[in-house]
Ligand binder design. Structure first.
Ligand code: GLN
Length: 282
């Protein structure tokens, strides 16, 4: 049976809505664009276009995966972050708009386009934080650390895609364990979800994202404690330590930084008004 493009989109949207997908129509569009290897315009320009059998079966497969709540980024293999495209798979945390708050704050702490800033990103995952900062500051160099080799492969591929491989290196290991040298800026979006909240997460997160990248111990603060108490010897004088934090964690993280002697501690909200970043310098 042949089906029109617009009809296929309506049917897919209904199915995705029924499966609890939040932005069902938007996701149906993205899946169709991927299936037809077409841009968004086509969906509006040729709504009456008939799908071939082959296209129908590919689209059906994609919709089925999304119905099972596989993240759209995993199905498409990519996610946009700070206007650049990043490869994403099940080994890395899906880059989120919340994390762009950290980018904004970090860039204000490295204002000089000509300065060869040295940046360390702890738990780099897809590399979205490190690579965005390096892309925005053409003289900067950086190191991305991750305990997962599979994640580092994704970050390396992203570095290559963005032509940043010459200014980036990656180190496998837990936090500072294999890191040498001093940095102007250390950033991290560590796993911060309290273990007990696991049951409340959306299926996309709970069932498809790497748990290693999500959970931060009983109160979610384990990684902050470790990083804050070890960071000083890896920072240049006046160097910044900047974190993304989970909801209701900003005050605790600020306090941990104060206790360790950090100064000029500041906090920034994300677009939803949630305190999302904490920065301080030594
Ligand atoms: N640095 C990556 C990001 O912000 C991965 C963070 C993580 O795995 N917790 O998306």
């Amino acid at each position: 049976m042949t089906i029109r493009l617009d009809q296929a989109l309506i049917e897919a949207t209904i199915r995705l809505k029924g499966a609890g997908v939040e932005f069902a129509r938007q996701d149906a569009n993205l899946l169709m664009m991927d299936c037809l290897k077409a841009d968004r315009d086509l969906l509006f320009r040729e709504p009456e276009r008939l799908l071939t059998d082959q296209e129908q079966s590919v689209f059906e497969e994609l919709v089925e995966r999304r119905e099972k709540r596989e993240p759209i980024s995993h199905i498409l293999g990519k996610r946009e972050f700070w206007s650049r495209e990043f490869i994403v798979n099940s080994h890395v945390l899906d880059p989120r708009p919340d994390t762009e708050t950290l980018i904004e704050l970090a860039l204000t702490e490295m204002p000089d386009m000509e300065k060869p800033y040295r940046v360390l990103d702890l738990g780099t995952g897809s590399g979205c934080i490190l690579l965005t900062l390096l892309a925005e500051r053409p003289k900067a160099t950086g190191v991305g650390v991750d305990i997962s080799l599979d994640a580092m492969k994704v970050a390396s591929a992203n570095a290559e895609n963005l032509n940043l491989e010459n200014r980036t290196s990656f180190i496998e290991g837990p936090w500072f364990a294999n890191v040498d040298g001093k940095f102007d800026l250390i950033v991290s979006n560590p796993p911060y979800i309290p273990d007990a909240v696991k049951g409340e997460l959306q299926p996309e997160v709970r069932e498809f994202e790497p748990h290693l990248a999500l959970f931060g111990g009983e109160d979610g603060l384990d990684c902050y404690r470790h990083i804050i108490s070890n960071a000083q010897s890896y920072l240049c004088g006046g160097g910044w330590l900047g974190f993304e934090v989970g909801i209701h964690q900003a005050q605790d993280v600020q306090k941990l930084m104060q206790i360790e002697g950090f100064r000029d501690i500041s906090c920034a909200n994300d677009l939803a008004g949630i305190a999302r970043c904490v920065f301080g310098r030594i």
